[in-house]
Design a protein. Structure first.
Length: 117
């Protein structure tokens, strides 16, 4: 399956060296599910998009529980990708961002086109 889950000790800087083609930033799982409703809303679409054997590879990064994510000092808010919203899907090439989709309003209508580009 081309979807991988980042080790909890993953740093933003190490993500630039990831072998995956897409970085998926989600809220962390709390009490059995992601605490962010927008992350839940796109979860099935993301799984379906990246689950086939010929799909591009993706790495899921959990950004923390609600208080951790909301903190301005959250490690994923800075660094090479400066994520400000979950969910966010970042397409990377050679360790650099090519484009990104943020929030369910962009991801739901745009993910299919993003992976085809």
């Amino acid at each position: 399956m081309p979807i991988h889950i980042a080790d909890p000790t993953t740093t933003p800087e190490s993500l630039a060296k990831a072998s995956e083609e897409y970085l998926i930033f989600y809220s962390s799982i709390v009490n059995g599910e992601m605490w962010c409703p927008d992350c839940l809303a796109v979860e099935d679409l993301v799984k379906n998009t990246f689950s086939s054997e010929d799909a591009p590879t993706a790495l899921i990064i959990y950004t923390g529980d609600r208080p951790t994510w909301k903190s301005p000092s959250n490690v994923f808010r800075s660094g090479p990708f400066g994520v400000q919203c979950v969910p966010s899907i970042v397409k990377i090439k050679n360790g650099k961002e090519v484009t990104r989709l943020v929030d369910q309003g962009e991801i739901i209508p745009g993910l299919g086109n993003l992976v085809q580009s």
